[in-house]
Design a protein around this ligand. Sequence first.
Ligand SMILES: [Zn+2]
Length: 342
Amino acid sequence: MASIRTVLGDVTPDAVGPVMFHEHVLFDIVPPGLDGDRDGPIGIEDRWQMDYRSNESARNALQTDRAVAASELAAYAADGGSLIVDQSVFGLARDMAGLAEASRDSGVHVVAAAGTYVDAYMTPEIRTMPVALLADRFASEVLDGADGTGLRAGLIGEIGCSWPLLPSETRALEASADAQRRTGAAISVHPGRHPDACGQILDILAANGADLSRVVLCHMDRTHPDGAGIEPLLQRGANVEWDFFGIEQSHYWMTDDVELPTDLGRLRLIRDFAARGFADRILVSHDICTKTRLRRWGGHGYGHILRNVRALMQRLDFGADLIGALLRDTPVRLLTLKETAP
Ligand SMILES: [Zn+2]
């Protein structure tokens, strides 16, 4: 039977409503080597600046409190959210038991992620692990449970890629393709910050037998900010994701080379690609990975797209079918595990 694998067990697709496909619910994405106070409070007088330059503050880049996670998910449910995917893979403080607790306490379905993030977040053991062992590990996280729990992941990735791609990351992509064949799970990839990154990633996945129609390329907002370079990825059958919704600023904190689109700018690009026949290959999300984007710290929270962006979609004359595809049908299709050969 068709099923979506949540941390509390498998559910049928028809039991699932609106989905946010790329979020972080319990996470520690503090860059290795970044000094500074990890545990201090964030005062209201510092909140905006910390959000604006959000790579500079260690204490903003982690949220590991289960009760806070549950209250943020409850707020998402109040905005109509049904399911959320926490793409915090190994290296980002993945907390399977914490996700199960937050899901139970909030009533929101939570899907956890198999796989590894960029090289800088790997342990020496993972960094040098042969592809076959890495593939066993990723597949086991979906089939048996992750991190020594019996709680299972329902998606592979976000698999972290740098630019240029590092050998450990190439192996993780190769392992993802193998794990996809064995589990039927979709693959999500965090591409390196370069316009050629996504094409190279699809080359590696395809050469290793991945089903590109079940691959999601994340972060179009900063990888292809004006939309140039996306159509060839769609032509190859892949899915693309705008996952910076709620970041309403032009300044991109990771580089001076990119001017970020706003929410309306994102939607105009999405409307163009939908009109060219790719309406069912587009995902939207917030990729929240800092405190200052959560409700508790004055941010927009996981419900912003449902609460605010839906109205912007209507303002730009998105039809009901397109809105339904973006908010539910496409993520549900990708999360539904594909039957694997016995
Ligand atoms: Zn992410």
